[in-house]
Ligand binder design. Structure first.
Ligand code: HSE
Length: 400
């Protein structure tokens, strides 16, 4: 019997309990032993809940109990999660977490402690919800140099953009709906400003380059400025707007970015809708691969956490090597990245052509008093210079 403690009895923590109960037998068979929840740490009491008697309010009870071999961190946020997880690892207890903020900030250090202790720090659920992506990168795609990793990594914003696309709604109307469905983080800023996707692409980039990528250095734009008018233009172009988190290997290192992009129908992520996430990976010998599935929500995320528990149970006193050192990786300057840009301006076609040269004008039905166009391929820096010259830019979205 492997005894575990769960930190946080919110959406994910209670989901883990549900998964362990629902698939008790098959999980035990695959783990080689039964997994039993001994404690759940939460500030609240849960009168009437079947797990009521397992609730504790003092983390020391868990940290000091030698019977606890694994800790599930499902609290979210950096503190006190970091302090508790570090304490657990130093006490010889393996940890699995769904907490991307924790992993992005302290992943390298926690991985190193787990290695020294011959135990494990796993974090499959921190990126892509229920989609297996961390384990594939760490165990299956190890013969490749990963040249690109581009994902729809935030379920909330993908749900919102899908709803804006299919129903022609404005941003504010769809945000409330996403929150009521439990997709958005408690503070939706993390989702809609791209911070959540930024931490996730920082984790994936750290894994593929084997070094620490600081999320603070990743250029990040959210979806708060996307309007129903932009969606009308996208439709006129036969494209969709998606929030992409992308990381590409260039001669100057990895270039990472989070921003809304206009995707053509040929793009592998074009059809990824609603709360689904997908991650496109290009390896130098593998070529292309895609990982698709439920990117957020209670049970999909809990499924990934429970799968980590099985993996930990199979390697109780043996560390699974994760190549992610604390040595910092400097990212390539995103301003040198090249793209085409879709632009809306209150200037006329003549001014546009004078500044940007050859462009493709987009004229959706019912839009008047402005000019929409797509530039030729240029660097971010060149675009910024030309945009400053043109003035009166209403919108700018990268085209891929
Ligand atoms: N709020 C996150 C999302 C949850 O919408 O993707 C999963 O990390």
């Amino acid at each position: 019997m492997i005894k575990i403690a769960i930190l946080g009895y919110g959406t994910i923590g209670s989901g883990v309990v549900e998964v362990l109960n629902t698939n008790r037998e098959s999980i035990a068979k695959r783990a080689g032993d039964e997994i039993e929840v001994k404690y759940i740490l939460d500030l609240r009491d849960f009168p009437g809940d079947p797990m009521e008697k397992k609730i504790v309010h003092d983390y020391d009870i868990i940290a000091k109990d030698p019977e606890i071999q694994v800790v599930v961190e499902a609290m979210g946020g950096v503190e006190p999660a970091y302090t508790f997880v570090k304490q657990a690892l130093l006490a010889g207890k393996s940890v699995t977490t769904s907490n991307k903020a924790l992993v992005a900030k302290h992943g390298a250090e926690l991985i190193a402690i787990a290695r020294e202790q011959s135990i494990n720090f796993l974090f499959e659920a921190s990126v892509g919800g229920g989609i297996p992506i961390i384990r594939p990168l760490n165990s299956s795609l190890t013969a490749d140099e990963i040249e690109e990793i581009t994902g729809i990594l935030n379920g909330t914003t993908n749900y919102m953009l899908s709803k804006m696309t299919f129903e022609g709604l404005e941003f504010d109307d769809v945000l409330k709906d996403a929150q009521s469905r439990g997709y958005a983080e408690a503070d939706p800023t993390a989702d809609i400003e791209g911070h959540d996707a930024c931490r996730k692409i920082a984790i994936l980039t750290s894994l593929v380059c084997g070094q620490q990528v600081d999320f603070e250095e990743i250029y990040t734009e959210g979806i708060t400025k996307i309007t129903a008018a932009d969606i009308r233009y996208a439709k006129a172009m036969g494209r969709v707007i998606k929030l992409l988190a992308t990381s590409r290997k260039t001669e100057e290192g990895y270039c990472a970015m989070v921003a809304p992009f206009l995707l053509s129908q040929q793009h592998p992520l074009y059809s990824v809708n609603d709360v689904f996430n997908a991650i496109f990976v290009h390896g130098n010998v593998l070529g292309d691969a895609m990982f698709y599935g439920s990117g957020a929500g209670k049970l999909p995320t809990a499924s990934a956490v429970a799968a980590d528990l099985v993996e930990i149970a199979k390697h109780l006193h043996k560390n699974i090597l994760i190549s992610w050192s604390s040595g910092k990786m400097d990212l390539a300057d995103y301003k040198k990245a090249q793209s085409r840009f879709f632009v809306r301006t209150s200037q006329g076609k003549e001014e546009v052509t004078k500044v940007f040269g050859t462009v493709e004008f987009i004229e959706p039905e019912g839009v008047t008093g402005e000019t929409g166009f797509i530039t030729e391929v240029m660097t971010e820096k060149d675009y910024e210079q030309k945009a400053a010259e043109l003035k009166n830019i209403l919108q700018r979205i990268r085209v891929v």
